[in-house]
Ligand binder design. Structure first.
Ligand code: SF4
Length: 344
């Protein structure tokens, strides 16, 4: 692998000064705010995060507030943002920060990395942006820039490639403005060195970029081979009793752990089978009506769902029978059920 060209900070920082976007977490970049924003931004678009970030900060403005909040509250604030293990880990890490560090995030990349849900990327982002340390934060955007700058022939999915560029970038950190250097790389990846159509004419690194020189920008980065997603068919139930709808809590481990969901089973059930299932749950089903189909795509899995709305004559305790107000305030239901939740 080729080393990165020298002088990245010198070229990037003046460009960053002229192009920095005003984002909520860049105002008052305290360690807590930087940490929460970086966790929210993983796999999620900036535009989608903005509103969640502001609501989260208003409800839980300090690490201590987050540590003391019930998990239900944290999950409710995260509802719809996806990848809910991020929220649970954030909550766990806040408790560790209070118990071990007196409520202040540690100014050390190794100690940050030891917190639940914090990997190399987040540790680097918090250490450099919030504490001004020379710690790179290498995510997909930064890897794309590095791969193009060097025409890297290896897949950016290889751990060795990531480690190589992280250490190469570490050597380029300036004596001052470490956080701005990290943010500038992120900003370039998000606004200029885009995956499909990089705007090389507007890029401050164009004169040192080998892919630009060769006119081969879109040949890089070499991506890891994608595994096909598994398709799972499920039947979702809107069970209604006396103006309330049934929700059930998912197990504490695995996909969507600890979230509330509409009762559902694997497979596509006919009307007769759906009534029999509701009977087996003890709901005393009176009538069933189809309520449409929906698809939800997770990273490695697709749910193809069919829905049945069933009027019930009984409300067994295996379910929480919820009012609209309770669903709005208390129960966090993942976006996978959004089509059916809208029908409640
Ligand atoms: S010149 Fe083009 S390909 Fe190279 S880093 Fe800049 S935007 Fe990316």
């Amino acid at each position: 692998m080729e080393h990165l060209p020298e002088g990245l900070a010198g070229a990037l920082l003046p460009w960053y000064d002229a192009h920095v976007r005003d984002l909520p977490w860049r105002r008052d970049p305290s360690p807590y705010r930087v940490w929460v924003s970086e966790i929210m931004l993983q796999q999620t678009r900036i535009e989608a995060v903005k509103g969640y970030f502001d609501r989260f900060m208003a409800a839980l403005p300090t690490v201590r507030d987050l540590a003391a909040a019930p998990e239900e509250t944290v999950l409710k604030l995260w509802e719809g943002l996806g990848y809910y293990s991020r929220a649970r880990n954030l909550h766990k890490a806040a408790k560790v920060i209070v118990e071990k560090y007196g409520g202040e995030l540690p100014a050390d990349a190794g100690a940050l990395r030891a917190l639940p849900g914090v990997g190399d990327y987040t540790a680097g982002a918090v250490a450099s942006i919030a504490f001004g340390l020379p710690e790179p934060a290498v995510d997909g955007n930064v890897l794309r820039i590095c791969a193009r700058l060097t025409c890297c022939p290896d897949s950016i999915g290889d751990a060795a490639v990531k480690t190589f560029f992280r250490e190469d970038l570490r050597a380029q950190y300036p004596a001052r403005r470490c956080g701005d250097f990290t943010s500038a790389l992120m900003e370039l990846g998000e606004t200029v060195c885009l995956p499909g159509t990089p705007d090389c004419d507007a890029c401050p690194l164009r004169d040192m970029c080998r892919a630009n020189e060769a006119g081969a920008q879109t040949d890089f980065p070499v991506m890891p081979e994608k595994r096909p997603r598994k398709v799972q068919r499920r039947t979702v139930f809107i069970l209604e009793y006396d103006g309330r709808a049934a929700l059930v809590r998912r197990p504490d481990k695995g996909l969507l752990a600890g979230m509330w969901e509409l009762p559902n089973v694997e497979g596509v059930l006919s009307e007769e089978e759906a009534m029999a299932q509701a009977e087996a749950w003890g709901c005393g089903p009176v009538s069933a009506a189809p309520c449409g189909e929906a698809v939800h795509i997770f990273t490695h899995l697709e749910w193809h769902m069919t829905g049945w709305r069933i009027q019930c004559a009984a409300a067994p305790e295996r379910f929480a029978w919820t009012t609209p107000a309770q669903r709005a305030d208390t129960y966090a239901v993942p976006a996978a059920f959004r089509v059916y939740k809208a029908l409640l």
